[in-house]
Design a protein. Structure first.
Length: 107
């Protein structure tokens, strides 16, 4: 498994856990922990204190990071999570491509 399998702003799909099958955008990476924060995935409810911004207080939903091994890069052509191959392009450097349909994730 290569380290740069998933990058910030990629669309990924959860392949394990309570959000299995849901997809979202990678908000940020925690490479040291092998975890990623994905928009809309692994939401936890968090009580908000009353403040000027939130005079009523309330409950906010906030993403928690999930293990990189629980997500796969989502291929829009295949419409599912896919494995990738790394290809070297003279102009663009390393390109990640879908192993199934060769869709390029790096433009
Ligand atoms: Zn594909």
């Amino acid at each position: 498994m290569s380290i740069a399998r998933i990058k910030k702003n990629d669309t990924v799909i959860a392949v394990a856990g309570v959000d299995c099958g849901k997809k979202g955008k990678v908000l940020y990476m925690q490479p040291a922990k092998q975890r990623v924060l994905v928009e809309g995935l692994n939401l936890r409810k968090k009580a908000l204190r009353k403040s000027e911004e939130n005079p009523q207080g309330g409950i906010a939903e906030k993403e928690n990071s999930i293990a990189i091994s629980n997500v796969m890069l989502f291929c829009p052509k295949c419409d599912k999570g896919v494995k990738i191959t790394n290809e070297h392009d003279e102009a663009k450097g390393a390109l990640r491509k879908c192993r199934v349909c060769s869709h390029s994730f790096d433009g």
